[in-house]
Ligand binder design. Structure first.
Ligand SMILES: [Zn+2]
Length: 324
């Protein structure tokens, strides 16, 4: 389904607010000099005059463009292959920024090996006041300030580092499942969320082994139990879920479906047929048609599992496969 600009319904209070086809973005931002401007992609040029800075940013192909601006941001950086990871947070939260950079370094390295190589030369992480634990955008991820703040944590009974690692791995995985392999996040949010949860399981498996990975998987059952394991369909639009249902079904029940049959889908998903051309120094891929076969086989494999398990109707699945 495609929604024309200007006719967008009000955003749901949970889940993603928009979805888009991939495009190239070239954005010029003017802001006061004291602001730290962090955005999708890389800065092509930066100038300053009369107390104002002007930054030219570019990214593509990408599903969206995101900016975070604050005079309080400081940054720590790491490198994975040709990609620079920049982790931004206010000065008092730089320990959390260091953690996020370290976890993102491991996640990017592992997913580069598991899936296709990450296509951009930058990946930014920004601490924000988002109500979610984290939110994915192309080339940039936002993480809630609560995961940085020991005085105001997400959960006083769980160390912030635990949340930070899971959130970072999950949002980094979205760079593949949402951005490189896109889906309609408003009408089919489970597609990228559940497979991203499974990718996060693979992160724990590769980093720490089976026991740690299984402990992480336990969180899916925990989420599903919040609606007493009620078999609410996983293939509904964001707006169809009420209250606790969204988290429980999309991240809980949806993720459990991969756990039951990973062998059936993991082979086509994890065996790319073609590779994305490495990003050039402008941050834009020189190949605007990345991995079409891989994407098609991946989404087809997901749909087949959905059909087999009765998560979606045959009618809807046939329509979507035909539209690939
Ligand atoms: Zn997610």
């Amino acid at each position: 389904m495609t929604t024309k600009a200007g006719t967008l319904p009000p955003a749901s209070e949970q889940g993603d607010a928009t979805y888009s086809d991939a495009a190239f973005y070239h954005v010029t931002v003017t802001a006061d000099d004291e602001q730290v401007v962090v955005g999708s992609g890389v800065a092509l040029s930066e100038t300053s005059a009369d107390g104002q800075q002007t930054i030219e940013l570019a990214i593509g192909p990408a599903r969206d463009f995101y900016l975070a601006i604050s005079p309080r941001y400081e940054v720590v950086s790491r490198t994975v292959g040709e990609t620079t990871i920049n982790s931004y947070a206010p000065a008092e939260f730089m320990a959390g920024a260091e953690d996020a950079a370290a976890f993102a370094t491991d996640a990017l390295r592992l997913f580069n090996e598991r899936f296709e190589p990450y296509p951009y030369t930058e990946l930014d992480i920004v601490a924000t006041s988002t109500l979610a634990l984290g939110i994915e955008y192309p080339g940039i991820i936002a993480i809630t300030l609560h995961e940085y703040d020991p005085d105001d944590p997400v959960n006083p009974n769980v160390p912030n580092q635990i949340y930070m690692e899971t959130t970072t791995a999950h949002e980094v995985a979205h760079q593949w499942f949402y951005n490189m392999v896109g889906n309609d996040q408003l009408d089919e949010p489970w597609l990228d969320e559940a497979v991203t949860q499974y990718a996060t399981y693979l992160y724990y498996l590769d980093m720490y082994g089976e026991q740690a990975a299984n402990e992480y998987k336990g969180s899916w059952n925990g989420r599903f139990s919040r609606v007493d394991n009620e078999p609410i369909p996983i293939g509904l639009p964001v707006s169809a879920y009420q209250g606790a249902e969204y988290s429980a079904i999309i991240y809980g029940r949806g993720s459990c479906s991969w756990k039951r049959s990973p062998g059936r889908w993991s082979k086509p998903l994890l065996t790319p047929s073609s590779r994305i051309t490495s990003a050039n120094t402008n941050g834009a891929s020189s190949a605007p048609k990345p991995s079409a076969n891989w994407r098609k086989r991946t989404v087809s494999a997901i749909w087949k599992i959905c059909l087999k398990n009765g998560y979606i109707s045959d009618q809807i699945a046939i329509l979507d496969i035909a539209n690939l």
